[in-house]
Each structure stands twice: as C-alpha cells, then as structure tokens.
Design a protein around this ligand. Structure first.
Ligand code: PLP
Length: 430
C-alpha cells in the first residue's frame, strides 16, 4: 500500500470510518475481489490503479505509468489537479446536492460559461446530465419533439450505450444483442457529402455527427464535411447535432472541435458534451442553440436526479477556468503538433500515419497489432489504447508536457518492434 492509498486509510481512521476501502494487498487480491463483485461488462481490468498526480498514475503494486489515455479523453487537467480538488471539496462541504426543484449557483454559473465557450446565440439553453450517452439521449428527445422521427447518423459513429444512444451508434456488435432499438436511424458513410445529401429529406428530424470520430478510430471529418452537413440540414429543416463528448472541452485544441477554422464557422443546433467537462467528475450537457431548439424540451419533458448537481457543476467550472487561465487550448495545439511530428519523424515502417486533432491522436498501423502495442506499452509504463486493431489512440491529460510526450515517442519504436515480433513468431498476421 502506497501514496494515496495510505492517505485514504489515514483519513478514514481519523474520521473514525472503517468502511472506506483501503488498498490492502496487491493487485492480484483486488482483481480476484473485482471479478467476484463487479459485473463483467469491461472484461478483466489491466491493472488496479490507486493514485494519480498530473499525467502520472500508480498501480496497487507501486508501479508508475504515464497516462496517455486520461480515463478515455476525460481527465482534462490530469489527476488530482489542485483547483479541481479545491472546487469539489469546498462545494461538497457547502452544498452537495439538491433536487431540480431548486436552482444552485454553480449550476447556473456553469450553464452561462458553457454557453459562452460554445458560442451559443441568445436564447440558447443547457440541459445538464451525467454522461455522454445521457447528453445524446437528451438530443434524441429534442429530435423527436420536432414531430419527425427519422434520424441520420454515421457509419463508425459512437454515441453511447443507453438504448437511444445505442440506436445512434453504428457498431453492430454493440447493437445486435439489444434489438429492437428505437427505430428510424439510418447510418451513412462518414465524410461522404453525397450520401448525406441523399439520406436527409423533409422527414429527417436530425443528423448526429462527431467532428472527429473517436471510438470509430480517430477519424477527422474531411474539410468541408461539417459545413455541408449544416447546409443540408438547414435546407430540409433538420437539426444538426454535433456530438463533442470526446472532442470538446479543449481536447482538439479549441473549446469545441467544430470551432476550428477548417470547419468554416459551422454552428450546430445541438451540441453534446461530457468526458472532459468535469475533468474526471461525471457531468454531461446538451446545449440547445437558439430559442426554438431550446424550447423543444419543455417543463416535465426530460429530467434526471443528478443533472446540474452542484459538486459536478463546480468541477465543470473549475475545469473550464483552469483551461482558460492556463492557456490550455494553445498548449494542446502545440503539444499535439509536437507529439504528432515526433511520431512521424520516427519513420517506423509499421506507422502509416497519425490522424486526429490536438491531443486526440490515432497512430495508424500497417498491421492489426494495436492491442499488442498497448500491452507492451503498459508493461513499459505507458497507458495507451487500441481503439481499433490498426490504431493506437493517444488522448492524454491536456496538460501533458512536451517532455512527457517525448518519453513516449522515444519508447515507441521498441513497442512497435515487440508487437511486430509477436506476429512474426506466431507465423504471420494475427
Ligand atoms: N459520444 C461520444 C463521441 C463518445 O466518445 C462517447 C464515449 O466514448 C459517448 C458519446 C458516450 O459517453 P459516456 O461513456 O459518458 O456515456
């Protein structure tokens, strides 16, 4: 037991609470307890993590890792950021939760701040929830309230695992066991303006798109695609919903990825956000642009107990404040360019290219060995993710330094070689 675990135990003792979990024993004991108590939806966890600081985390056996995944594009400020810790603890000590029969100061302040950073026009409104899937559920319900039922989403798009969000999500393996899903959703090839134009008509309620497909493999929208989607939806009176759950809150070097100049100033009707918004504390939001869209969900038509919870809202405020105060958007652009060019400059034969924007990067591989690369990376002290068999995803805390990025770049050739060697000894491509 080390570091944060020791502090948790001490704090628990001082508070006279025996029931708080403390990290007795090593990883093996905890993994055994995990498998007999936690549902198996995520498979076998790779490590038991007990503590984090900045871009580093430590496991139950005391080993340190450079976290290049950030809780899947979530811990925007890294681990244990002092401002986030102070905001959350002081809010919890002041007012931890009230129902939505009451307003709270952090909730209102976060809504106002989100409308600013989203550049939402007068009359826009925020619906708060707790996750990305829920933000998209809210957008789905807005779409239904237009009186139309047809929705167009993208092949390889990912919007969450609840039934409505799953209906928007393309991947058959996620959908098939739960059919029938809410109907009326058609998927068109991502980036294909012609296909989108043919799919959208006067019966279409909404088009759901990610500016960079994250779970689909870190695939950025081609230049002009979002603008074309805006023009097509406008022509037919359909809503344009941009899912920025993964790409927003600075991840791609802008507050929201669609604000980048290559998207030509596109303005959505609904913008969904979660992940980075709370810096690691669960909070989601669906932002309705303009009065008419904001009026689609009226009193009693949607809700959730925790939506706009003051502690979560305080976390959101602290995250947005730190991003602005510390110039994080510019830092993300710079560090992202640095990491990208560093990996490209390796000239490794397995690397076909680096895709993405800001600090949401996908390292494309010529062979489907990304899972092996991720496994070797973990053993070497780096957390990355095989988002697709041929793509390693890098989505670190936005505060990653160039020195930390260089640690990974320097280690990468050996990780790629080790992954390739496995396929060779196994007699070919796995
Ligand atoms: N939308 C996008 C683009 C995502 O990447 C994700 C999660 O990866 C979601 C929605 C679902 O978010 P959550 O897991 O918070 O429900």
């Amino acid at each position: 037991m080390r570091g944060g675990a020791v502090e948790v135990e001490r704090a628990a003792r001082e508070a006279g609470v025996d029931a708080l979990p403390v990290a007795e024993g090593g990883a093996e004991a905890w993994l055994a307890r995990y498998s007999s108590s936690v549902m198996g939806t995520y498979g076998v966890p790779q490590r038991v993590l007990v503590r984090g600081e900045g871009c580093w985390v430590w496991d139950a056996d005391g080993k340190r890792y450079l976290d290049l995944l950030a809780g899947i594009a979530t811990n925007a400020l890294g681990h244990a950021h002092p401002l986030l810790v102070a905001a959350v603890t002081s809010q919890l000590a002041t007012l931890g939760h009230v129902s939505n029969f009451f307003a709270t100061v952090p909730q209102v302040a976060l809504a106002e701040r989100l409308l600013q950073v989203a550049r939402a026009p007068e009359g826009s409104r925020v619906f708060f929830c707790n996750s990305g899937a829920e933000a998209n559920e809210a957008a789905f319900k807005m779409a239904r309230r237009t009186g139309r039922t047809k929705i167009v989403a993208a092949v390889d798009g990912f919007h969450g695992r609840t039934l409505g969000a799953l209906a928007l999500t393309h991947k058959q393996a996620y959908r098939a066991p739960f059919e029938p899903l809410p109907g009326g959703v058609e998927h068109v090839p991502y980036g294909d303006v012609g296909a989108l134009g043919r799919a959208v008509d006067g019966a279409t309620a909404a088009v759901f798109l990610e500016p960079v497909q994250g779970e689909g493999g870190v695939t950025p929208a081609p230049p002009g695609y979002l603008e074309a989607a805006r023009a097509i939806t406008r022509t037919h009176g359909a809503l344009l919903v941009l899912d920025e759950v993964q790409t927003g809150i600075g991840r791609c070097g802008e507050w929201f990825a669609h604000q980048a100049s290559e998207h030509g100033g596109v303005v959505p009707d609904v913008l969904t956000s979660a992940k980075g918004l709370g810096g690691g504390v669960p909070v989601g939001a669906a932002i309705a642009f303009g009065e008419r869209t904001a009026a689609l969900l009226g009193a009693g038509q949607h809700g959730t107990t925790f939506g706009g919870n003051p502690v979560a809202a305080a976390a959101g405020l602290a995250t947005l404040h730190a991003i602005e105060r510390d110039g994080v958007l510019e830092h993300v652009r710079r560090t992202g360019r640095h990491l990208r060019s560093g990996v490209e400059a390796l000239g490794h034969p397995l690397v076909t290219g680096v895709r993405g924007a800001g600090l949401l990067l996908g390292i494309g591989l010529a062979e489907p060995v990304a899972p092996a690369v991720a496994r070797h990376a973990l053993a070497a002290g780096f957390i990355v993710n095989a988002v697709r068999p041929d793509t390693v995803r890098i989505a670190p805390p936005l505060v990653l330094t160039t020195d930390q990025a260089d640690l990974f770049t320097a280690a990468l050739p050996a990780l790629l070689d080790a992954a390739l060697a496995e396929t060779t000894t196994a007699g070919g491509t796995p």
